[in-house]
Design a protein around this ligand. Structure first.
Ligand code: ZN
Ligand code: ZN
Length: 228
C-alpha cells in the first residue's frame, strides 16, 4: 500500500475509452532509473494506474485522522502537534508532497486517505490500544480490516490476541487442510465477538458492526497458519 516516490509519476489524463488511456506525464521520466529497475528483466513492463480524487479532503477525514492521533497521544503522552508534524513528515517521505489539514489547505481526498493509512500502520505496528472501534472511512477499510487480521486485533473492540474467522463463507465441515483459503474472506475477532457472530449469524452481525471480510494471499495465509 505504501509506496516510494522515486519510481512514481503523476500524469494528466487526456483520453479514456474502454481499457485504453492516453495520459501526459508531468515530468520527464528518469530513463536511467527505469533501466536499473528492468536490468536483466525480459517480461512485460507493468505500471500501476491510480486515479486521484482531486477534491479537497473532507471534514470526516480530518476528524478520523485526529481521532487516530488522539489515541496515540493517550498512549504516549506526546503532544498532538508533535505527532501531527511527525506523520506529515512521513507522508512527505512516501509521497514526495506536502500535506496539511488546516482550513486553508488544498490537500486532496486521496492525500488524506494515504495519511490515514500511514497513521493506522503506526498504530498497528506499535500495538497502540484503541478503546472503541473506529468509524473507519470507506477508503481506509480495506487496509484497516487487513491489518486487524495480520496483527490479530479485534476489528470491533481493539482487543489483541484476536481469532481469525472465515468471515463471509464459513469453513463448515470442509477440511481446513484441503480447501483453497484464498477463496475465502477473513476478519480478526476477539473471542467474544467471534462467538457473537456465530450466535446471531453473518447478516445480523454485518448489519450491527459493519465488518468487512478481507481476502488474503497464499503467503499471508501460510504466515498466519490459517491452513492448519
Ligand atoms: Zn472484540
Ligand atoms: Zn468463525
Amino acid at each position: 500500500m505504501l509506496r516510494h516516490f522515486l519510481d512514481t509519476y503523476s500524469a494528466v489524463l487526456h483520453f479514456f475509452k474502454g481499457n485504453q488511456i492516453k495520459a501526459e506525464i508531468n515530468e520527464v521520466v528518469n530513463i536511467d532509473r527505469l533501466r536499473t529497475i528492468y536490468e536483466g528483466y525480459e517480461g512485460d513492463r507493468i505500471v500501476e494506474i491510480r486515479f486521484i480524487d482531486p477534491r479537497r479532503f473532507t471534514v470526516q477525514q480530518r476528524n478520523f485522522i485526529y481521532a487516530l492521533i488522539g489515541d496515540i497521544f493517550l498512549y504516549y503522552g506526546q503532544s498532538t502537534e508533535d505527532l501531527k508534524e511527525y506523520f506529515y513528515f512521513l507522508f512527505e517521505g512516501i509521497s514526495g508532497r506536502n500535506i496539511s489539514l488546516a482550513d486553508d489547505s488544498k490537500s486532496t481526498v486521496s492525500d488524506a486517505n494515504l495519511l490515514a493509512d500511514i497513521i493506522l500502520d503506526f498504530i498497528f505496528e506499535n500495538n497502540i490500544p484503541f478503546k472503541k472501534g473506529y468509524e473507519i472511512l470507506p477508503a481506509n477499510q480495506e487496509y484497516y480490516f487487513y491489518k486487524c487480521i495480520t496483527k490479530r486485533v479485534c476489528c470491533i473492540c481493539g482487543k489483541t490476541g484476536a481469532e481469525i474467522d472465515h468471515f463471509d463463507k464459513a469453513l463448515g465441515r470442509r477440511s481446513r487442510k484441503k480447501v483453497d483459503h484464498t477463496e475465502y474472506t477473513f476478519a480478526g475477532l476477539c473471542h467474544g465477538h467471534h462467538a457473537e457472530k456465530h450466535t446471531i449469524g453473518l447478516t445480523a452481525f454485518k448489519a450491527k458492526y459493519h465488518v468487512k471480510g478481507i481476502k488474503l494471499n497464499n503467503e499471508t495465509i501460510k504466515k498466519l497458519r490459517i491452513g492448519g
